[in-house]
Design a protein around this ligand. Structure first.
Ligand code: BG6
Length: 484
């Protein structure tokens, strides 16, 4: 099945931090791929803005290199890159001074959609937002895009929200959590709310527990300073895993529109109980395989930052009371694998007797890699000699199911940037959601600091610290394996 491309209106996109890592790895390649797909109409422009003193030609060379290095070029015919570079421009701009702003203002086309992508540290959000206003860059169709980390805790997130609100309406602010732009993450909503089959069982009466795993094989290479200040709790749990939890646990929104969806997600976050200290495990990887240990990698021999976190959460509402959610994420684990397992309760009574065995139904939603869904069902073990039960997977790979013409789904950034241009905030976090997530996370981190807790070591290329297995075992449950 070939995906349909619906062109957006012509736009001007200004990328602040346009020479930075995110712009080079994600934003420019994503824009190029959308250009190749024919989604960007004539008249659209991409303007890099940064302090680096470059002319437009040198910026185009940088952009071309970034696109070649980061997979932007697939499925694109010869010559397209040159045509794309023709819509790319650059202005040397000082986020904290006046240099460049009048030039930027002159470059923008009156009445087009204007998106300002703040691919910079949160410390500059206020300076840039204020100068966009002061230099008259904003028009009636302006949007401002900000990246995570959206603050370091509740207080800093509130400050950022207040700062942005001084210059822009909430309806113009697009807070990116790139997990929401992933094809399969949206499929969570399609599976839940597009089928009659699952929703009646989607509650504590039928679901024993839910496991959400986001395992990575990469370490923190290249971002040591940021990561050592953040750790897995702030870097992944507060945002990506929390968003997955919301999509799994939320009530059906009345419509697939920004506020109905975000209202329901917010209710889930607000229904989360505080996490008990013994329901959470922090870990830090030791050297292993080819790689260094965490402390060596970040160059801080005494660091107590966690590169792994597992916890048990409770959503205290009518639907979920009594069904625990186990969440875990870590770096340098045995495989790259993001999976949600919805583990159903056992049948209330086995007519086959205890010898036949029992197997819980499990719905596994694989987010990456090998995107797809597997439903584990119980059948009879083949052969004579009585009734013995076994488990088989009803396995669907999205790539196979969508046929030989199936293209790689657009990368999260491709979808999210196009949604910004369309003015659709459904897949972006609202300010109150981000604050509620910090309000849940802050006491956990404060507890660690107060108790002086240090993370448990785990071997690189393993499934994480043994204490995380213990967390499950205490409840007579077990994590599903981490498989590529
Ligand atoms: C980022 C985190 O938000 O997500 C990184 O800062 C992490 O530490 C990354 O590696 C994971 O994203 P993905 O798309 O590779 O699963």
């Amino acid at each position: 099945m070939v995906s349909r491309v619906i062109p957006v209106d012509p736009f001007d996109l200004v990328v602040f931090g346009g020479t930075g890592d995110l712009a080079r790895r994600k934003i420019l390649p994503a824009l190029f791929r959308r250009y190749c797909a024919g989604q960007m109409p004539e008249g659209s422009r991409i303007i890099g803005a940064a302090r680096t003193d470059l002319d437009a030609a040198s910026y185009r060379t940088l952009a071309a290199q970034a696109i070649r290095d980061h997979g932007g070029g697939r499925a694109c015919e010869d010559g397209t890159l040159d045509r794309f570079l023709g819509i790319v421009d650059y202005v040397t701009t000082d986020a904290q001074g006046d240099q460049g702003w009048p030039d930027l203002a002159r470059l923008l086309t009156k009445d087009l959609v204007r998106a300002f992508y703040l691919s910079v540290g949160p410390g500059l959000f206020g300076d840039i937002a204020q100068r966009i206003r002061a230099h008259g860059l904003a028009n009636g169709q302006s949007r401002i895009v900000v990246e995570k980390p959206f603050g370091h805790d509740l207080a800093s997130a509130r400050d950022l929200n207040r700062t942005l609100a001084t210059h822009f309406e909430e309806g113009q602010v697009y807070r990116i959590d790139h997990y929401l732009g992933k094809e399969t993450v949206q499929n969570l909503m399609a599976v839940r709310f597009g089928n009659m089959l699952f929703e009646p069982l989607w509650n504590s009466q039928y679901v024993d527990h839910i496991q959400i795993t986001v395992a990575e094989t990469v370490g923190v290479g290249g971002r040591e300073d940021y990561y050592d200040r953040a750790g897995a709790m702030r870097d992944m749990m507060q945002n990506h895993l929390m968003q997955l939890l919301c999509l799994i646990a939320m009530e059906p929104p009345a419509r697939f529109e920004p506020d109905p969806v975000r209202d329901e997600k917010l209710k889930v976050i607000r229904a989360l109980d505080p996490v008990e200290p013994h329901h959470i495990v922090r870990g830090q990887y030791d050297p292993g395989g080819e790689g260094p240990g965490y402390r060596e990698e970040v160059g801080r021999p005494r660091s107590t930052t966690e590169s792994y976190v597992a916890l048990k959460a409770h959503v205290s509402n009518w639907r979920w009371s009594g069904t625990p959610f186990y969440l875990r994420t870590g770096k340098r684990l045995v495989a790259r694998s993001s999976v949600i397992n919805v583990v159903f309760k056992d049948a209330p009574h086995s007519i086959f007797g205890p010898e036949a065995g029992r197997h819980a139904n499990i719905l596994s939603i694989r987010l990456q890699p090998n995107e797809g869904i597997t439903l584990h069902v119980t059948i009879k073990e083949p052969g004579p000699g009585g009734m013995r039960l076994t488990e088989v997977p009803l396995d669907m790979s999205f790539a196979k199911a969508l046929g030989p013409d199936g293209q790689d789904p657009p990368d999260a950034y491709e979808r999210l940037i196009m949604d910004v241009i369309r003015g659709n905030q459904t897949l972006f976090m609202r300010g109150d959601e981000v604050e509620a997530a910090w309000a849940w996370v802050d006491p956990i981190i404060a507890g660690w600091q107060k108790r002086g807790e240090v993370p448990k070591p785990y071997d690189a290329a393993s499934t994480g610290p043994l204490d995380a297995d213990q967390l499950m075992r205490r409840d007579k449950r077990a994590w599903r394996g981490i498989k590529p």
